[in-house]
Each structure stands twice: as structure tokens, then as C-alpha cells.
Design a binder for this molecule. Structure first.
Ligand SMILES: [Zn+2]
Length: 138
């Protein structure tokens, strides 16, 4: 991966290796969040940044076959939600563009970071995505 590429947004993941999503936990109500909110939306307490689990299970997904003009994602591409192991949190994500047709509900997936599409500045950027645990290596 090109060393000069920047994450799509600062502060939501570490590039690694290993890549990690940066979430938050409320010290009062123990809720976890991704991405990190300004304060806990339930009790307005300050939250603590945490590194989230890197593996989980596909909760839902969609395969999109329309051009994404804003971010120029490859076609088709899959996006959806993953339930992260142990964190009791569901995160919105892209799935591996090279394996969009392989994604299934209930599938085990693992976190990756790579160049996908462009950012709001029009430059190529890094995005987090999940890929199948079995055969997920590119
Ligand atoms: Zn709270």
C-alpha cells in the first residue's frame, strides 16, 4: 500500500499493521461506539477512546452496482454491517471490493485497510473494510 495515502478521515482507524478501528466506551453506561462521539449520546459523559476488535460476523450487506461518483468506489462494491466480536457493537463498513460477490450474512470477516476510491479532496485514500476470514488474503 502506498505510504503517502491518508485515511479517509482522521481518527477513525489506525492503518497498522495491524489495522484497528478506533471507537469509544462510556465509563458510566459502558456503551461502546464507532466512530467515537463527542460525548456519550445516552448520558452525555466524556467517552474514552478504545481500539475495537478486528474480527466479527456479517449482520447485513448490500451489493451496489451503481456508480459512486462521490467516492469512486469500484463496481460492484458491497457495504453493510458487521457485529464485532466481544465489543457488542455493530459497525457500518465496506467489504473487500475484490470479494463483493462472496459476502454472506453470518460470514466471519476480519478488518483490513487499503486504498479504495477517493476522498472528499479528490485524492486516493485509505479506507477500512472487512474481508472473509477464509480466503481473505489478497
Ligand atoms: Zn454513557
Amino acid at each position: 500500500m502506498a505510504a503517502d495515502l491518508k485515511p479517509m478521515l482522521d481518527g477513525i482507524f489506525e492503518v497498522g499493521p495491524p489495522p484497528r478501528l478506533l471507537g469509544a466506551e462510556c465509563p458510566i453506561c459502558k456503551q461502546k461506539f464507532f466512530p467515537k462521539p463527542i460525548v456519550c449520546p445516552h448520558c452525555l459523559e466524556d467517552v474514552k477512546e478504545i481500539k475495537l476488535n478486528t474480527e466479527g460476523t456479517v449482520y447485513s450487506y448490500s451489493i451496489l452496482r451503481i456508480p459512486n461518483k462521490l467516492y469512486q468506489f469500484p463496481q460492484p462494491y458491497a457495504s453493510g454491517y458487521v457485529d464485532l466480536d466481544n465489543d457488542n457493537i455493530r459497525v457500518y463498513c465496506l467489504f473487500d471490493p475484490e470479494k463483493a460477490e462472496e459476502i454472506r450474512i453470518g460470514q466471519r470477516v476480519t478488518l483490513r485497510v487499503g486504498q479504495i476510491g477517493i476522498g472528499l479532496d479528490g485524492k486516493e485514500c485509505l479506507r477500512y473494510y472487512f474481508t472473509p476470514v477464509d480466503g481473505g488474503e489478497k
